[in-house]
Design a binder for this molecule. Structure first.
Ligand code: BG6
Length: 507
C-alpha cells in the first residue's frame, strides 16, 4: 500500500489510453501524467499514445490536451514543462471494436518509437472505455501482440465498473485471464489512490495507540458516509445501469471498509494487503434491522435546491427514464462476522444530491462504564476517531477533558489535523498515484479478482432484498440529508449519525 522506496523501476514507459478523447482522459489522466512528469516521476524515456475514433493529428490533439491540462492540473502550469510533456503525446486513430489494421499500425508505431529507448519498456494500456468493451480491447491487444500473457512489462489498467453483477464480472474476468496473468491486471478503484485512504494504514499500524483498541471490546460502531452534492451530471445513461449500489457501494465504500477492518497484513506487499481485505469482504453480512421494509434505506432524489440553486429531480436528468427506479441513495447496517468485529454494527450511507459533499469514516469508541462515584463523567461523549477523506483530508480525535476554571467540569475537545490545509496544492491526485504504482508494478492499490467476487456477492444480496420490498421513489429532496428513514435506521439502535466538520467540530 505504501509507495516503494525506489522512484524508478529501471524501465521506460509507454502509456496507451483507449478512450483518449473522453472525459476521464482530459480531466484526470493527462493532468496526472503532466504532474508526474513535473515531479520527475516519469522516466527519461516515455511516450503517451491516446487512442480515439475521430480523425485528428498530433498537433490538434496536443492543443486539446494542453487546454485540459491547464484547466484541470492541481499544480500551476509551467509553459516549457507543458510543451516538453506534449512532445511525448501522440494521437492514434483506431476504432477499437473492429479496426484490425489500426491495431497493427499501433503495434508498428510503438515499436518504431520504442527502439530509441534506452531501458526496457513497461507498456501500460489504460482502458478508459465503456466496460462492455474491456474484453474486446484486451482480446485485440493480445491478438495483435501488443500484450503477451505472463510478460510483467505488459499491463492493463481497467476502470470500474468491473461487470454489472457477479455473473458478468466472472465472465469478464474469465475472458481477461485467458490472455493476461492476474499480476498484469490493474483493476482501478480510484479511492485506493486517495491520500487519506492510504493514510488509514499509516494511522492504524503506525501508532501504538490504536491497534490494541481496534476491536469489539473498545469500539461501539463504525460509520462510513459518502455524500455528494453532485447529481448524475451528463452520465444519466451510465447511472441508469448502475445506481448507487454499483456506482459507490460495491467498490469505493466496501474498499474503505475493508481497509478499516482488515487484520494487520504480514507485510505491506500487494498480496498480503489484499489477502486481508478479502477476508473482511468474505465475512461481511447485511444486518436486517427491525425497520419496516427490507431494512435497507433506498432513495432517489426529487427536485430541490443545492446551494440555493434549483435542481432537477433524478427522473428528469438527461438520458434517465421518467419512471426510473434507479437508486441514488442507500443506507444500511452491516457486520463483519469475525472475532475482532463480532457485534460491532457498521453503518454505511451514500447518496447523490445531498446537502454536503463529504466522505468520512467515524470510529466511535465505547462509552465510559458510568461508575456512580464519577457522576460528572457519566454523560460524557464517546471518544471518536474521524478520518475525513474529502473535502478536508485529515483526522480528528475527540476526547474529554477538564474545562479550565475553578469548577470541575468536563468538556469535549478535538485534536484535529487537516492534512490538505498544511500541504495545499501538493497532495497528489488519486490518478497520479494509481498510474505511478501501476508503472512500478505495485498492485496493492488495485483490486484483486477475489475482492470483487465477494463485493458482488454482498451487493447481490442487497439487491435481492430490495426487490422483495420495493420503496416508493423519489423520496428525498435534492439538497436535503436524504430519506429520513436513514436516521431511524441508526436511532433504532440508540445511536445517531455523527456529522463532523473537522475544522469546526460537531455540527
Ligand atoms: C465515481 C462514481 O466512481 O466516483 C461517481 O462513478 C462519483 O458517480 C465518484 O461521483 C466520486 O468520486 P470522488 O473522487 O469525487 O469522491
Amino acid at each position: 500500500m505504501l509507495s516503494r522506496s525506489e522512484d524508478h523501476p529501471g524501465r521506460s514507459l509507454a502509456f496507451v489510453i483507449f478512450g483518449g478523447t473522453g472525459d476521464l482522459t482530459h480531466r484526470k489522466l493527462l493532468p496526472a501524467l503532466y504532474n508526474l512528469m513535473t515531479e520527475q516521476l516519469l522516466p527519461a524515456d516515455y511516450i503517451v499514445y491516446c487512442i480515439g475514433r475521430r480523425e485528428k493529428n498530433d498537433s490538434i490533439y496536443r492543443a486539446e490536451a494542453a487546454e485540459s491540462i491547464r484547466k484541470h492540473s492541481r499544480s500551476s502550469i509551467d509553459d516549457s514543462c507543458l510543451n516538453s510533456f506534449l512532445n511525448h503525446v501522440h494521437y492514434h486513430r483506431l476504432e477499437f471494436r473492429r479496426d484490425e489494421t489500426g491495431y497493427d499500425s499501433l503495434y508498428n508505431r510503438l515499436n518504431t518509437e520504442l527502439t530509441d529507448f534506452e531501458k526496457p519498456v513497461a507498456k501500460l494500456f489504460f482502458l478508459a472505455v465503456a466496460p462492455e468493451y474491456f474484453s474486446v480491447v484486451i482480446a485485440h491487444l493480445h491478438a495483435h501482440k501488443l500484450i503477451e500473457k505472463g510478460n510483467p512489462d505488459h499491463r492493463v489498467m481497467v476502470e470500474k465498473p468491473f461487470g454489472s453483477d457477479l455473473a458478468s464480472a466472472r465472465e469478464l474476468n474469465d475472458g481477461i485471464i485467458e490472455v493476461l496473468a492476474e499480476s498484469q491486471i490493474f483493476r482501478i478503484d480510484h479511492y485506493l489512490g486517495k491520500e487519506m485512504i492510504q493514510n488509514i494504514m499509516a494511522i492504524r499500524f503506525g501508532n501504538s495507540l490504536f491497534e490494541p483498541l481496534w476491536n469489539h471490546y473498545y469500539i461501539d460502531n463504525i460509520q462510513i458516509t459518502s455524500t455528494e452534492k453532485l447529481g448524475v451530471e451528463s452520465r444519466g445513461g451510465y447511472y441508469e445501469q448502475v445506481g448507487i449500489l454499483k456506482d459507490m457501494l460495491q467498490n469505493h465504500l466496501l474498499q474503505m471498509l475493508a481497509i478499516i477492518a482488515m487484520e494487520p497484513p504480514v507485510d505491506l506487499s500487494a498480496e498480503s494487503v489484499r489477502d486481508e481485505k478479502v477476508k473482511v469482504l468474505r465475512t461481511l453480512r447485511f444486518i436486517n434491522s427491525d425497520l419496516a421494509g427490507s431494512g435497507i434505506i433506498a432513495g432517489q432524489y426529487a427536485a430541490g435546491n443545492i446551494d440555493g440553486r434549483p435542481v432537477l429531480p433524478y427522473r428528469a436528468e438527461e438520458n434517465v427514464d421518467f419512471e426510473s427506479n434507479t437508486l441514488t441513495y442507500v443506507a444500511l447496517k452491516a457486520a463483519i462476522d469475525n472475532f475482532r468485529w463480532g457485534g460491532v454494527p457498521i453503518y454505511i450511507r451514500a447518496g447523490k444530491r445531498l446537502d454536503r459533499q463529504r466522505t468520512q469514516i467515524v470510529i466511535e469508541f465505547k462509552r465510559l462504564p458510568g461508575i456512580s462515584f464519577y457522576e460528572e463523567f457519566k454523560t460524557q461523549s464517546p471518544n471518536l476517531l474521524v478520518i475525513e477523506v474529502q473535502p478536508a483530508e485529515g483526522m480528528y480525535f475527540q476526547i474529554n477533558s477538564k474545562r479550565p476554571g475553578n469548577e470541575f467540569a468536563m468538556e469535549r475537545i478535538e485534536l484535529n489535523y487537516c492534512q490538505n490545509c498544511r500541504f495545499q496544492g501538493n497532495v497528489p491526485e488519486a490518478y497520479e498515484r494509481l498510474i505511478l504504482e501501476a508503472f512500478r508494478g505495485n498492485s496493492s492499490l488495485f483490486t484483486r479478482w477475489d475482492e470483487l467476487e465477494h463485493s458482488w456477492t454482498f451487493i447481490e444480496g442487497i439487491e435481492k432484498l430490495l426487490l422483495e420490498k420495493p420503496v416508493t421513489l423519489p423520496n428525498y429532496a435534492a439538497g436535503s440529508r436524504g430519506p429520513e428513514t436513514a436516521d431511524e435506521l441508526i436511532e433504532a439502535d440508540g445511536r445517531h449519525w455523527w456529522e463532523i466538520d473537522i475544522d469546526n467540530g460537531i455540527s
